[in-house]
Write a protein that binds this ligand. Structure first.
Ligand SMILES: *Cc1c(COP(=O)(O)O)cnc(C)c1O
Length: 409
């Protein structure tokens, strides 16, 4: 699974310090090729859901692969433009945003998915038929790893519920809306490919009501293996079933529709490593704590989603295995792993967290006034710094410091 060797990770930690995020561009390329080759027989387009990892150098690499990009905020749209994506290759799938952001996205010439009746109505009033738009639907299907990452069920805030189709169609005809795409995204960590096929079935029922569609968007959420024995979403099987669904569905009316996907985690998860250093070993009667120089300020997935991340002691790879609770240095309970078997850990050893590319750095913070880690990208056999580590002054940036002086003036 892992393309970077322990030796490479050790030497990068030595050169750039820890905690350190390292990304391997070749892994991202490999994941993209898995998708594009599996879907070679279907007219498909992939939009990288960049909220997983937005470092601009990573975005540039992904743009270079010919992949498009899906954004969750207007700032991500602007980052994608800055990274060189063509507006026609940018999709803005928002939720709960102010209409002014949609107007701004329209001005930038990107694809837009709208996820509320109220914004759809505002869009219709302002732009009528002059600008194509997509509708994010809530299919009322349960999918994904757990409730926190499931977005398509009947209590989810995301999308316009399909049972409000009448209201959508009224808006479409009142304002002569140009509906180019129908979108659903049912969640993250979706292993069962039938979840996507159920989504297609929901869409096929309503496709005939939209005469100007040129694509449907099945969202992202492909599962990646986090621990040994975990399965990845079976992409070739998914491609086969999607093709069959299109070939056989009576309601596809012979219309040509491009299929869009929005993989986030799938493209970048395995490409990322968080390298930390053990500050303190603490023996207690219940467990031995290995306290690293990190915490949920750098990688929150274990605490937020109970996510499992594989951990290795790369400083003592042949040491005797023992059980440790791997914890951070934050003044909150920030346990990365309970009772995890690791090669004997000594203070100063480097512990690597695998699968740290998606929702790792991106969800980091300066909690406890600690610095965010540096980021390094390994591309074409060369490593380079793509974000410097925070410095003390970064913590004060934007804070108003000389307030008293100003008030006297
Ligand atoms: C988060 C998100 C994705 C990507 O989900 P992954 O689990 O990272 O693949 C795709 N589409 C939308 C609309 C999203 O919000």
């Amino acid at each position: 699974m892992s393309l970077l060797s322990q030796q490479e990770l050790r030497s990068l930690a030595h050169e750039y310090g820890t905690p350190l995020y390292v990304y391997d561009a070749a892994t991202i390329t490999g994941q993209y090729k898995k998708l594009s080759s599996a879907f070679a027989e279907t007219d498909t387009r992939f939009f990288y859901a960049c909220k997983a990892l937005t470092n601009i150098q990573v975005l540039k690499h992904i743009n270079g692969l010919g992949c498009s990009v899906d954004c969750s905020s207007i700032n991500e749209v602007k980052l994608a433009l800055r990274a060189g994506f063509d507006p026609g290759n940018i999709l803005y799938t928002s939720n709960g945003i102010h209409f002014s952001e949609i107007e701004e996205a329209q001005g930038l010439g990107v694809h837009i998915n709208i996820d509320s009746l109220s914004n759809l109505e505002k869009f219709g009033r302002k732009f009528g038929h002059s600008y194509p738009v997509g509708i994010r639907l809530r299919p009322n299907i349960m999918g994904g790893g757990n409730l926190k990452v499931s977005t398509g069920h009947d209590k989810s805030k995301f999308g316009i519920p399909v049972d409000q189709l009448d209201k959508i169609l009224t808006l479409v005809s009142t304002h002569n809306l140009y509906i180019q795409n129908l979108h659903i995204h049912t969640g993250s960590d979706i292993k069962d490919v039938d979840t996507f096929i159920k989504g297609i079935d929901v869409l096929f029922d309503i496709i005939p009501s939209f005469h100007e569609l040129d694509s449907i968007d099945l969202g992202g959420g492909f599962k990646v293996p986090y621990q040994e024995g975990d399965a990845e979403t079976d992409i070739p099987l998914l491609a086969k079933k999607v093709k069959e669904a299109f070939d056989n569905h009576p309601n596809s009316d012979g219309r040509h529709l491009q299929v869009w996907f929005e993989p986030g985690k799938f493209l970048v998860s395995a490409a990322g490593y968080l390298v930390t250093e053990v500050n303190v070993l603490k023996e207690t009667s219940a467990t031995t704590f290995a306290g690293v120089n990190s915490g949920f300020n750098h990688l929150i997935r274990p605490m937020f989603y109970e996510a499992y991340h594989r951990i290795e002691n790369i400083s003592n790879p042949t040491g005797v295995q023992k059980e440790y609770s791997v914890v951070g240095n934050i003044c909150e309970t920030d346990t990365f792993a309970w009772d995890r078997k690791l090669n004997e850990v000594r203070e100063g050893d480097l512990l690597v967290f695998y699968n740290a590319g998606a929702y790792g750095f991106e969800m980091s913070s300066n909690f406890n006034s600690r610095f965010k880690p540096a980021e390094v990208l390994v591309e074409n056999g060369k490593a380079r710094l793509i974000r410097r580590r925070d410095e003390f002054e970064d913590l004060l940036r934007n804070q108003v410091i000389n307030q008293e002086l100003k008030m006297k003036n």
